[in-house]
Design a protein around this ligand. Sequence first.
Ligand SMILES: C[S@@+](CC[C@H](N)C(=O)[O-])C[C@H]1O[C@@H](n2cnc3c(N)ncnc32)[C@H](O)[C@@H]1O
Length: 249
Amino acid sequence: MDRASLAAGHADSHYWDRRARSFARSTHARADEFLQILDPYLSPRKTLIDVGAGTGRHATPLAARLEWVTAVEPSEGMRSHIPPLDNMTIVASTWEEAEVAPADLVISSHVMYGVAEPIPFLEKMQRSARERVFVMMRESDLPHPAAELRRKLVGATGPRLPRFSELFMLLVQMGSEPDVAFLRYPIVTRYIDMDEAMADCRALFGEGWDEAEARRELEALLTRDGDELVFDGGMALSGVAHWKPPTSS
Ligand SMILES: C[S@@+](CC[C@H](N)C(=O)[O-])C[C@H]1O[C@@H](n2cnc3c(N)ncnc32)[C@H](O)[C@@H]1O
């Protein structure tokens, strides 16, 4: 199976190193209902592991509500945006390779798109969670300019990213009966200039990239907003599955 395009980019920590600045800028202001789903389970005596914590957009506010947060993040560029906190450990590793003590809650938001072996990934989350596991993935297509460019330059060929409904079916096959919540929110990707936008799209695009054509199409896709170039990805639909892990898995 060719995982050489969008999914491979998602699994590549060098992609996230380059993407970090734009990702932090694009997601920083997003009001995140994911935290509202976690809210009933939070307490100052509980601990949490954030698998693929990225720039810490969830781990950081969660640390204020919990005793301890462990943020597992393989990309140095993404980790560099997580502010140091007294009650947070940052683990520089993929989840597959991380050695972390169990916590009450284990979360993972928008990480599994490029995970080649999802079952052991989820099983490790279950083994590491005393109380509850939360996994968020998009159900709608990737609202990113690289995906739009792929459609324009090479058509709708190549594997699409895994989506929430596939995660749900997998969990059912694994014997879990997750609760499900759906979230709808606008996705806007922000770049400081054309070079940053081109570098981001080039890294995620996969095979068939044409520099001149991509630049022409990208210029048409982006709009200016003050100092920034903006891609309006419209509304995204994401699902959150959450469940109590089996006592042994
Ligand atoms: C789209 S970002 C999401 C970050 C954060 N969870 C959020 O919602 O803002 C995906 C993150 O997953 C990380 N990642 C990718 N594969 C991973 C793996 N196998 N284990 C842990 N993290 C991974 C990437 O480095 C990247 O920071």
